[in-house]
Design a protein around this ligand. Structure first.
Ligand code: AMP
Length: 284
């Protein structure tokens, strides 16, 4: 695996590869790698000859009360995980390399970012789309993979690709879970054992929603109530939202159908955790 830290070096390296007609894949991460990230690499690997992983804790997507400073950073371990996952080029720029002094231009995520994660983290998705647009322009990938775990992010990246005409194929990879059912996340490191046990209410609640839907419940409010009852039954966590929404606008739907998203966010200890299920697809 090669490691590069500057945009110029990466561009030069990719130009040589592209000239030989080798399709390029991109997996964008913030490091602190786990099996969820490795699943994205495995997916992209099937559609690209050269796989680039970016590892960059993007300051633009963190608000003043977010966990930017303490976000886990472990470059040595990341190097091993990325190499084992099959990454060809690890691109780990500094913040100064990605955002030259005086940078002010941003991508505006728009209406579908106004709810849920976007409401709780104002400006978050503008920061995400800005860095992803930069990475698309730097790497010019033929294919890219993002995780279903960050479902509103997937919606907004899909829309950005369509609305800003990026010539890249988006692949969405199902959520990778730990054996206890918790969706893998770099932020799981913040949980102590008791907080982690309490956080299992999140996947449990989503499983209960899927069961209710499979038993014929389609009323969105009643499906949300199933999840909320289970989450509120776990007194050690707090609930940010339970959303029953469509996949294009992240807007609430009155009736759930196959493809409807049920997304939820909780806090356990000092960790903010998100999870979701797409009705009619793989169970959580
Ligand atoms: P992050 O490093 O948290 O910004 O995540 C980088 C990419 O990995 C994003 O596309 C995430 O959606 C994806 N990802 C994170 N956790 C998981 C998971 N448990 N399963 C699948 N993909 C994931």
């Amino acid at each position: 695996m090669e490691e590069l830290a500057t945009i110029d070096a990466l561009r030069a390296r990719l130009a040589a590869s592209r000239a030989r007609g080798r399709p390029v894949g991109l997996v964008a991460t913030m490091g602190a790698l786990h099996a969820g990230h490795a699943a994205l690499v495995a997916d992209v690997r099937r559609h690209a000859v050269l796989v680039v992983m970016s590892s960059f804790v993007n300051p633009l997507q963190f608000g003043p009360t977010d966990d930017f400073e303490r976000y886990p950073r472990d470059p040595d371990r990341d190097r091993d995980v990325a190499a084992a996952a099959g990454v060809d080029i690890l691109f780990a720029p500094t913040a100064g390399e990605m955002y030259r002094p005086g940078t002010t231009v941003r991508v505006v995520a728009g209406e579908a970012a106004s709810r849920w994660e976007g409401a709780i983290r104002p400006g978050h998705f503008d920061g995400v789309l800005t860095v992803v647009a930069k990475l698309f322009n730097i790497v010019q990938p033929d294919v890219t993979a993002f995780g279903q775990k960050d479902i509103q992010q997937v919606t907004l990246i899909r829309r950005m690709i369509a609305e800003l005409d990026f010539p890249v194929e988006l692949r969405v990879v199902p959520i990778v879970r730990d054996t206890d059912g918790l969706a893998m996340s770099s932020r799981n490191r913040y949980l102590n054992p008791a907080e982690r046990r309490a956080a299992l209410a999140l996947p449990n609640a989503l499983r209960a929603v899927v069961r209710a839907w499979e038993q014929g419940e389609t009323d969105a409010a009643r499906l949300a109530a199933v999840a909320e009852a289970l989450l509120r039954g776990e007194s050690a966590i707090s609930v940010d939202y339970v959303a029953v929404v469509d996949a294009n606008a992240m807007a609430p739907v009155p009736e759930a159908t196959a493809g409807t998203i049920v997304a939820a966010a909780i806090r356990s200890g000092s960790a903010r955790l998100i999870d979701n299920v797409i009705l009619g697809e793989r169970r959580p």
